[in-house]
Design a protein around this ligand. Sequence first.
Ligand code: CO
Length: 134
Amino acid sequence: MIGRLNHVAIAVPDLHAAAAQYRDTLGAEVGAPQDEPDHGVTVIFITLPNTKIELLHPLGPDSPIRAFLDKNPSGGIHHICYEVADIRAARDHLTAAGARVLGNGDPRIGAHGKPVLFLHPKDFAGTLIELEQA
Ligand code: CO
């Protein structure tokens, strides 16, 4: 059911330092910061030949990644995102199999303007999984 790895998201305490490291030290193609107020994050996408890296930084006081950074002050891998062809069909299949979808279960529009869902990390080996309709 899942397709390509769309991106790996890394929560970072200093967005500009992390972007500079990817651009200048690792030699990657680094995009511009984008505020995502609906998700409480500012993101920078890094384009690699086979996938993307999403640098995440809290935006606003209720950011869902603030607690993650409190526990991981130097940053860390926050989630991985797999592509699916039909996000509602994927959700129905997963919930029938006992997996928990975060929030109210309805897809939201993610950072690429496409519908996304998040799956509970306790159901997937401690890894927060984002599904994005490709
Ligand atoms: Co993501």
